[in-house]
Design a protein around this ligand. Structure first.
Ligand SMILES: Cc1ncc(COP(=O)(O)O)c(C=O)c1O
Length: 404
């Protein structure tokens, strides 16, 4: 896999800002968004960046400047979006298992809201009747996604209102006169197969006649991007062509113009991110050569949490002969990033760069083992700019009340 930022530039950023370090490539985020615009009808599609994947305000600002809307998973993400100047009309809040107070707050701010339980829908109806349009998250009972932990549409998933509850849903809608403006389905993450998105369209098609006020069909996020060498992502050209056709068909069937919404997270930022670490120790144990780095599951938890693959390159010496390594962290847990991984021969002090680190990398980081969160840098126009500093010892104490 070739990096979109040259290794020399990544190494310079590492020398300048220290490691571990997250680096994001601005132009890559922009080109991913442009690719979506190229293949989907501009008349009937809107994209909302699923900002749970990366919420640094400089990234949110960059995404806003591309013209992309924003999807939020918490009221604080909504507030971050407003902080960077997003218009409320361009903010979507997709709640799950939240206290109704949070939905009320989202309504008071004026953003689009998706509700994912009958319980909160009842409360919504009682509070707002038909005065505020609302989207309903449907669970389609479809198993899809890179692995079970990132599959959200199957019949044991906590997410959404099971589509089998259609009659109850209709009764609640009628009881309060709720204005259901959107149907939403997010089946999971890392969905390569275009057919899965088309399955959502079939569920929408079945529900549409019962919900005559709906004018938005929200297909969620989950486009797959390549994580491994030679791997293919979702065929965006094919998906766009199919969705454009389906939206025309469903609009004709419904007798009104329907708009497709999508909430890509990984697609926009995953490949734009590089996580640079440094090798602290090499340790041989039988056949195993451990490369112990100055990071761990506190900075990039995806390999341990989801068995996720992240491509790793020795950017200090990318052209040396390949040897196999177990790349492990410095946290007092079994934080293995990779087993038996061919990497150009490593010396202590070398930089190891993790690919696809833009989505759910820094965003899921923590201070576990009282270690510092890393700094973040935006690389744009060939220039690396610090967009958040690493923690300091004072940060570890900042929220704690002093000892008396
Ligand atoms: C409701 C919803 N929308 C969008 C996304 C973004 O998914 P991805 O980053 O795979 O595109 C998620 C991810 O969990 C989600 O839960």
């Amino acid at each position: 896999m070739n990096p979109s930022i040259p290794y020399e530039a990544l190494n310079i950023a590492a020398n300048t800002y220290g490691t571990p370090l997250y680096v994001y490539h601005g132009e890559k985020i922009e080109s991913q968004y442009q690719n979506l615009l190229t293949h989907f009808s501009s008349k009937s599609t809107r994209f909302f960046y699923a900002c749970k994947s990366l919420t640094n305000i400089h990234i949110l600002n960059l995404v806003k400047n591309t013209g992309c809307n924003i999807d939020c998973s918490s009221i604080n993400e909504v507030k971050l979006a407003m902080h960077v100047g997003y218009d409320v009309e361009n903010i979507l809040y997709t709640s799950n298992s939240v206290a109704f107070e949070e939905i009320k707050e989202a309504v008071s701010l004026g953003v689009h809201v998706n509700i994912d339980s009958l319980s909160n829908l009842e409360k919504f109806g009682a509070a707002f009747g038909g005065r505020y349009p609302v989207g309903i998250r449907i669970r389609p009972d479809v198993m899809a996604g890179g692995n079970l932990k990132i599959s959200t549409g199957h019949d044991k998933s906590k997410f959404g209102i099971p589509y089998t509850e259609k009659e109850t849903l209709k009764n609640i809608q009628k009881k309060f006169g709720i204005n259901i403006s959107a149907l939403h389905i997010h089946t999971g993450s890392e969905i390569k197969d275009v057919a899965v998105f088309l399955q959502s369209a079939t569920v929408f098609e079945n529900l549409l006649p019962d919900f005559p006020t709906v004018n938005i069909l929200d297909f969620g996020g989950g486009f797959k991007v390549p994580y491994m060498p030679e791997e293919k992502g979702t065929d965006i050209a094919l998906l766009g062509a199919e969705v454009n056709k389906i939206m025309e068909k469903l609009s004709a069937m419904a007798g009104r113009n329907l708009t497709a919404w999508f909430e890509p997270g990984k697609y926009l930022v995953s490949e734009a991110g590089y996580f640079i670490t440094q090798v602290n120790v090499l340790k041989k144990s039988g056949d195993i050569e451990f490369a112990g780095i100055n990071s761990g599951l506190n900075h990039l938890i995806r390999p341990m949490f989801y068995d996720a693959y992240h491509h790793i390159v020795n950017s200090s010496a990318p052209n040396k002969e390949l040897k196999k390594y177990a790349v492990v962290g410095n946290i007092c847990e079994t934080d293995t990033f990779a087993w038996d991984r061919p990497i150009a021969s490593i010396e202590e002090g070398d930089y190891l760069v993790f690919f696809n680190a833009g989505a759910y990398g820094y965003e899921m980081s923590s201070n576990y083992n009282a270690r510092y969160k890393p700094a973040q840098v935006l690389y744009k126009n060939g220039k690396a700019t610090l967009i958040s500093r690493a923690d300091t010892f004072d940060d570890l104490l900042r929220l704690q009340t002093p000892l008396s």
